[in-house]
Design a protein around this ligand. Structure first.
Ligand SMILES: Cc1cc2nc3c(=O)[nH]c(=O)nc-3n(C[C@H](O)[C@H](O)[C@H](O)COP(=O)(O)O)c2cc1C
Length: 159
């Protein structure tokens, strides 16, 4: 079992300020407002044209984003708690509302608005995501185990 310590600095997300980003259909950033840029530690020009996962924090479970994309592609909004990675390796928590931009019935892009998260909720969500990740990693390990067994039997066939 590996233990890691989170020694990176948390950035507090300001109240009463909009934190906005927009992407194209592939999740590539097309717009950020100045508040988004400063919280993530980037200049706006460094973010435009980059995939939105540039700020993905390794503590976020894969399933959260799978659910996000499933909802977006079926023209629904997704709301959830997200821990994001800053350019300086620090982090910040937001409650994100992400939705499709629809024109003439077709999805033309996506937009996101974010709000600050209170301390208790951050602690709770960190625990929830840690547990989900642990389970996801178990599934991943089982898959690798099967693959390596297959590899062994293939090797023995070669001999
Ligand atoms: C409008 C919009 C906003 C997004 N905001 C974030 C975000 O703040 N943080 C994040 O990690 N992913 C965000 N995503 C999801 C990313 O596109 C991506 O799916 C996620 O970071 C996981 O990376 P992966 O798909 O490469 O595994 C957003 C997606 C869209 C469409």
């Amino acid at each position: 079992m590996t233990t890691s310590f989170d020694m990176f600095i948390e950035t507090q997300v300001p109240e009463n300020e909009l934190i906005i980003s927009r992407t194209d259909l592939n999740g590539v950033i097309t717009y950020v407002n100045d508040t988004f840029a400063s919280i993530s530690g980037y200049e706006p020009e460094e973010l435009i044209g980059k995939p939105h996962n540039i700020i993905r924090h390794p503590d976020m479970p894969k399933s959260a984003f799978k659910e996000l994309w499933n909802r977006l592609k079926s023209k629904n909004e997704w709301q959830g708690y997200v821990k994001n990675l800053r350019k300086d390796s620090g982090y910040y928590w937001v409650f994100a509302k992400i939705s499709p931009l629809i024109k003439d019935g077709e999805i033309v892009g996506y937009k996101s608005l974010r709000e600050p998260v209170d301390r208790e909720k951050k602690i709770e969500m960190q625990r929830v995501y840690d547990e989900i990740r642990e389970k996801e990693d178990d599934i991943f390990r089982v898959t690798l185990y099967v693959e390596s067994k297959k590899l062994d039997s293939l090797k023995s066939l070669e001999e």
